[in-house]
Design a protein around this ligand. Structure first.
Ligand code: KIV
Length: 281
């Protein structure tokens, strides 16, 4: 399993860090086998696998449940778990209690929190308590309503400067990594150059120290909407549609299950069962 020192070394060497959002045993297992460096159990699970319209309804119980599953699928990969909406903003005590639960019960190595200067105190407290923290600035989905929707952030000099200040405050507070979501590529480049900790981009261009995509987006399993920054590396959804249509048709026609999917029984036992000498009779 890669460590915080390894992530720092990858940045120093100019080598990219690969992060994947995955929420369960099979997706985490596939991600680990593919060689990703970090698995993020993101609260995007609210929209992608729980069917909510936003990440806001996601609970601590949801995150713990999914972290455990991802942990079982990827025991050798650094696991980062999102702290859900309003589980860290209220106070440092609240943040500490919830982060500790994610690490102890969820089995993750670190937690991710959304926000800038306003949560620096919480980040500082978690890091002091020994919990690695990844920040997340730019489009922060937990506050999408306050941001006016899912829009690119930091497009003018003033908002870009605020984002850079937020990033610097998180680094100063002890964050070991920072996700930059949906910001102009030149701004992500500037932030990545100014910070000594690695940046992980999603919709933030090619100059970040690493990239993250959601598993279901990357393999074509989520088609409710497709953000501009998503690239599909596989089309499992289309294959799934085709396969499931064939399944329905074969069940209805009786072609499935065939003999090779069925279990046999000893002929003598069958005769006893039927109460006959000869089964053909
Ligand atoms: O919840 C999530 O999956 C995330 C990533 C997209 C960065 O926060």
């Amino acid at each position: 399993m890669k460590s915080l020192t390894d992530f720092q070394a990858l940045k120093a060497a100019g080598e990219k860090i690969v992060m994947m959002t995955a929420y369960d045993y099979p997706s985490a297992r596939l991600s680990q086998e593919a060689g990703v460096d970090i698995i993020l159990v993101g609260d995007s699970l609210g929209m992608v696998v729980l069917g909510y319209d936003s990440t806001v309804p996601v609970t601590m119980a949801d995150m713990i449940h999914h972290s455990r599953a991802a942990r079982r699928g990827a025991p050798e990969t650094f696991l980062l778990t999102d702290m859900p909406f309003l589980t860290y903003q209220i106070s440092t005590a609240q943040a500490l209690e919830n982060a500790a639960q994610l690490v102890q019960d969820g089995g993750c190595e670190g937690v991710k929190v959304e926000g800038g200067v306003e949560i620096a105190e919480q980040v500082y407290a978690l890091v002091r308590a020994g919990i690695p923290v990844c920040g997340h600035v730019g489009l922060t989905p937990q506050s999408a309503t306050a941001l006016g929707g899912y829009k690119v952030q930091g497009r003018n000099a003033e908002t870009a400067k605020k984002l850079l200040d937020d990033a610097l405050a998180l680094e100063e507070a002890g964050a070991f990594m920072l996700v930059l979501e949906c910001i102009p590529a030149p701004l992500a480049k500037l932030v990545s150059e100014r910070l000594s900790i690695p940046t992980i981009g999603i919709g933030a261009g090619n100059h970040c120290d690493g990239q993250v995509l959601v598993f279901h987006d990357a393999v074509g399993l989520f088609d409710r909407f497709t953000p501009k920054f998503v690239k599909r590396f596989a089309t499992l959804g289309a294959q799934g549609h085709e396969g499931l249509a064939r399944y329905c048709q074969e069940v209805r026609s009786g072609a499935f299950p065939a003999a090779e999917h069925s279990f046999t029984m000893d002929e003598e036992e069958l005769k006893h069962l039927y109460g006959v000498r000869d089964l053909q009779a």
